[in-house]
Design a protein around this ligand. Structure first.
Ligand SMILES: [Zn+2]
Length: 280
């Protein structure tokens, strides 16, 4: 169909935010920061380069992902520790908070629960903002590097250390289940420390060197009992390529902290209020 006569006017219509963020309860960081001061380190997991590891975080605890040794991107999966069917929902989190997460944003779970699983309470890369290419840090727009897309684009190449495979192996090992059982539970990630965006002219997903430096971290508050999986992406800082052993890679550190007292005013999030009848 030909372009209408008023095409230019149609393109000039102002956008409307789909999900106005002020519809959500505001997050007051003060009680979290207060509880964090006396919180005790109770677990620590080092995720090896080009591999993944699982970790558990009880509700009401904090967990921190830190860059150590060198710039490195991490692919994060979260599950309800008691029900792996409830898992992080990257797409809805993007719709609610935008393409990249920072402090006060939640990681939301899948249907039918759709509730906050974790909340970002500290992000040392918040200073980065949005750069002139439209890039920012900690995205929920990418999926996770995987061997299927790699085979598709490389004429059948076999690579076994994509984040998808790393997370699948780590989950299978942690749960004592087969790779076939674990693989469908792996889901789209929060790309921790990754700097990404969409090109303005062609709308393509891009990545660029992560601004992360050793010592940078992102810290979360666990709203429910969590099982986490973190892969240290074979893309390293994702400045050149992934799905190969070419990029320089580094480990990532996960630490879990238990507060002395529960966070003031915090209550575990309720299940979603929808009645589930779907009009039937
Ligand atoms: Zn990856």
């Amino acid at each position: 169909m030909a372009e209408p006569l008023d095409a230019a006017a149609r393109r000039l219509i102002e956008p409307v935010i789909c999900y106005p963020p002020d519809s959500l309860a505001p997050v007051d960081l003060d009680p979290f920061r207060e509880a964090r001061i006396e919180a005790e380190l109770v677990d620590s997991v080092t995720v090896p380069a080009r591999d993944a590891a699982c970790f558990e975080v009880p509700a009401g605890h904090f967990f921190r992902i830190t860059s150590i040794e060198g710039p490195q991107v991490g692919d994060l999966n979260l599950w309800n520790a008691a029900n792996l069917a409830e898992r992080f929902y990257s797409g809805k989190t993007r719709a609610l908070h935008g393409t990249h997460l920072t402090t006060r944003d939640h990681m939301w779970s899948s249907f039918p629960q759709l509730r906050p699983m974790a909340t970002v309470v500290h992000d040392t890369l918040e200073w980065y903002g949005i750069d002139t290419f439209g890039g920012s840090v900690h995205d929920v727009i990418g999926t996770r590097c995987d061997p299927y897309t790699h085979a598709l684009l490389s004429g059948g190449g076999q690579y076994h250390h994509c984040c998808h495979s790393n997370l699948t192996r780590a989950l299978a090992d942690h749960q004592g289940i087969s790779l076939a059982e674990a693989e469908p539970l792996v889901h789209d990630v929060l790309n921790v420390f990754m700097c990404t965006g969409f090109t303005r002219d062609t709308g393509q997903y891009f990545m660029k060197a992560s601004p992360v430096r050793p010592g940078d971290y992102i810290e979360f508050f666990a709203q429910i009992d969590l099982l986490g999986g973190l892969s240290a992406c074979p893309g390293g800082d994702c400045s050149s390529e992934h799905s190969s052993d070419v990029a320089r890679c580094h480990p990532l550190l996960v630490e879990v902290f238990k507060p002395q007292d529960p966070v003031a005013g915090w209550t575990a999030p309720a299940l979603n209020a929808y009645d589930g009848s779907h009009g039937a």
